[in-house]
Design a binder for this molecule. Sequence first.
Ligand SMILES: Cc1cc2nc3c(=O)[nH]c(=O)nc-3n(C[C@H](O)[C@H](O)[C@H](O)COP(=O)(O)OP(=O)(O)OC[C@H]3O[C@@H](n4cnc5c(N)ncnc54)[C@H](O)[C@@H]3O)c2cc1C
Length: 414
Amino acid sequence: MKKYSVFAVAREAMRHHTGWTRAWRDAQPKKRYDVIIVGAGGHGLATAYYLGKNFGITNVAVLEKGWLGGGNTGRNTTIIRSNYLQDPSAAIYEKARSLYETMSQDLNYNVMFSPRGVIMLAQTEHEVRGYKRTAHANALQGVSTEFIGPDRVKQLVPIINIDGPRYPVLGGLWQARGGTARHDAVAWGYARACSDMGMDIIQKCEVTGVRQTGGKVTGVSTTRGDIDCDKLGIVVAGHSGQLANMAGFRLPIESVALQALVSEPVKPCMDVVVMANTVHGYMSQSDKGEMVIGGGTDGHNNYTQRGSFHHIEETVRALVETFPMISRLKMLRQWGGIVDVTGDRSPILSKTPVEGVFINGGWGTGGFKAIPGSGWGFAELMAKGHSPLTDAFGLERFAEGRFIDESVAAGVAH
Ligand SMILES: Cc1cc2nc3c(=O)[nH]c(=O)nc-3n(C[C@H](O)[C@H](O)[C@H](O)COP(=O)(O)OP(=O)(O)OC[C@H]3O[C@@H](n4cnc5c(N)ncnc54)[C@H](O)[C@@H]3O)c2cc1C
């Protein structure tokens, strides 16, 4: 792999950029791999990367039915934070956030991590109590957050209307090292590093069946033929239920559409990320100047990558009352993704009833921020049989009633 650097850019500028090579190889499927990962989203690619980097397992294929990063990884609003309430969640999200800090250097790929700070607004007394409690829990977990008052909120976000009209801003949970990153770059950076380790990333290769003998996985059937493997990682977000069905077990997951929209670009006016969960909307400003706006999940299960139209109206209404200046902005684009939601709003990183099959899903509306931590822990689980980062997120918790309730920290009502 050619190292990207300021010298490489200068050298290529001298020869009219004719010397750049492809970031990753367009691989053809082999007959057999030690590990197959289904799904070339951020979580699948990060898992493959840490299998190679931390455990030396490089005979790995990542199979993707569409194009790399074309699922939720390339469709999200890129908010990164780790201000969760429960200890297992704080551990994995903070591991992820800390890995984001050095990801550009680790992958030699600029993922544009921007730790600009994230505020979750408290607009009811109940939210004030809830976020103060989270700030205390975070202090014990070693996660740096603080509860700030309305004056500080106004100072950080001058365009905000802290007086209502429906819900005044009473304060907020502030994480100064939260922020955003360029979502496609995260997928592309991992893909390039995986390809460099000799792994095969195979696009337009849909898994259509999971083959097994005597309760143990032997491989997968795909639109490009059968491929054998010793271990299989299912990392397909909104399609987790379909893949589990192919393997012969059921998951406590529902698939719903979640949508986002962006406005026309404007001059820089907001340099932090703001989440307003009571009125329901969240917003940040992209490097291009567009206001990036996140909406809510559909109230019914579906596999559309669009989302119901009434959510656009509800989301924009919520944001106009929080930021009156955006009422004059034109909205440019709207899109959706299929998110995988569990009952306790926490992910599943687990062995499954089929020996050799592992599942990583259920990240719902908030898995982008978790990508490196999830990949780190899931790779350890697949390589060694368990990981301190993933132990609490096993499938058995639903049978045992050991829920990790993060419905408030999820940030998006679902
Ligand atoms: C609108 C929106 C906004 C969001 N905002 C945020 C946010 O601000 N912050 C945050 O942390 N999270 C956010 N999320 C959630 C986040 O995007 C996801 O949790 C995360 O990207 C999931 O990554 P993944 O790798 O698991 O899934 P994906 O990126 O969806 O990758 C799964 C891949 O599996 C492939 N696949 C499916 N079935 C098969 C098959 N049979 N064979 C082969 N391949 C298959 C799919 O094509 C897909 O590419 C948002 C999501 C959406 C939709």
